[in-house]
Write a protein of this length. Structure first.
Length: 388
């Protein structure tokens, strides 16, 4: 018996009923409480530093680039003193398009529209994460705890910013739910949207492809009629990601245009060489810090292994693995790696299952401690100089 019952056990009462907003209310209330804790810590700390928490959330780092695209379209770039070229084409179009649309029909600026979208998307993401956990386990409580842990993730403060992580996670979670319930075209459409949101939309495409391959091979082995919907979902899924990469290629007049743009930001895939160099440099300069980094990487790998051993559905495992691998094997700013992995909520399923073995009071204590630690780290980061 695996720790998770798997989607085949749809006889569980929670798995049979729809993931309504009313049913998800406990999870959403917990998530809101966790994130409000972080925002309160930020507000207090920012007051001491005489800074505006509002500005820190909607006009900092990547949110500035998204707002500029929303207001003026693509075409802005900066040449740095070291020669690197930062182009706004590195930022995928769905989030700024939504900012522009919301700003057009409300009194909000594009920056505040981005903040509103981020907050709304974070609730949609929490709802989707809860729905997936509930479906694969038949247990409401697991979804509630998982949502609480996701809201208290170390870099969860970006869930409350004008950033794309919350929107992407919402699209990914509901795409996975659609896959696990056989809604192939819905899953494909959500994968298209995810592919227009972040480069990691490729992980959602991978989940759709894996699920479709399993469905097609299963039908063939059982001698059943060829299932068309899985194939259509698989064909639909990559259109968002590929469409934007093609758009940048045409705009830059180069088939490698998008990858050249990312290279200007110092981003690219090197098979993990930069990561190994970063670990080696940390070990050389600070043994304790280097060992801590190694321990964190081992923990991530172990969580992936535990997810497989739990019997997590194959599409969820595929999504998690691709998210983790693409977050770690590229070059670029290493401080962003935890943030890039944050949408991979499957990593948090093993600790969520472990927490459920404790008494309710201990679970509340752990979640409260995690919320406080996450809030403090978020405030420290937002009030610092470097991006997350």
């Amino acid at each position: 018996m695996t720790l998770l019952t798997g989607i085949r056990d749809i006889r569980a009462p929670a798995a049979r009923t729809s993931p309504t907003l009313r049913a998800a209310a406990p999870a959403l209330l917990l998530y809101a409480a966790v994130r409000m804790t972080g925002l309160l810590i930020l507000a207090c700390w920012a007051a001491v530093e005489d800074k505006s928490p509002h500005t820190l959330l909607n006009d900092r780092w990547d949110s500035v680039w998204y707002a500029r695209v929303a207001a003026d379209g693509y075409g802005y770039e900066i040449r740095l003193p070291d020669g690197d070229l930062h182009s706004d084409l590195a930022f995928f179009p769905l989030f700024p398009a939504l900012e522009r649309a919301v700003s057009a029909v409300t009194p909000l600026s594009v920056n505040d529209a981005g903040l509103l979208i981020g907050w709304a998307a974070s609730l949609a993401a929490a709802w989707g994460i809860w729905a997936v956990a509930r479906l694969i386990s038949g247990r409401d409580a697991l979804g509630v705890v998982l949502v609480g842990l996701w809201g208290a993730y170390p870099t969860a403060f970006v869930q409350s910013m004008a950033y794309t992580e919350a929107l992407f996670t919402a699209l990914a979670a509901w795409a996975l739910y659609a896959l696990l319930t056989g809604r192939w075209l819905t899953a494909g459409a959500l994968a298209v949207a995810a592919g227009l949101t972040r480069p990691s939309g490729a992980a959602v495409v991978a989940a759709v492809w894996v699920a479709a391959a399993v469905a097609l091979l299963g039908a063939r082995r059982q001698g059943r009629a060829f299932p068309v919907r899985p194939l259509l979902g698989a064909l639909l899924a990559p259109l968002g990601w590929c469409g934007y990469v093609l758009y940048v290629a045409v705009r830059e007049d180069s088939p490698y245009g998008y990858f050249d743009v990312q290279a200007g930001w110092g981003n690219g895939f090197d098979g993990g060489r930069a990561l190994l160099g970063f670990v080696a440099d940390n070990l050389a300069s600070n043994v304790v810090g280097g060992l801590g980094l190694i321990a964190a990487l081992v923990l991530v790998g172990w969580l992936v292994v535990l997810g497989v051993r739990q019997g997590q559905p194959l599409p969820l495992v595929a999504f998690t693995v691709v998210m983790v691998v693409t977050s770690l094997v590229g070059s670029g700013y290493f401080g962003s790696r935890p943030r890039l992995m944050m949408p991979a909520f499957g990593l948090l399923l093993p600790p969520a299952v472990a927490l459920l073995r404790l008494r309710r009071g201990y679970v509340a204590l752990v979640l409260a401690g995690a919320a406080l630690a996450s809030g403090a780290y978020g405030a420290f980061t937002l009030l610092g100089s470097g991006p997350p």
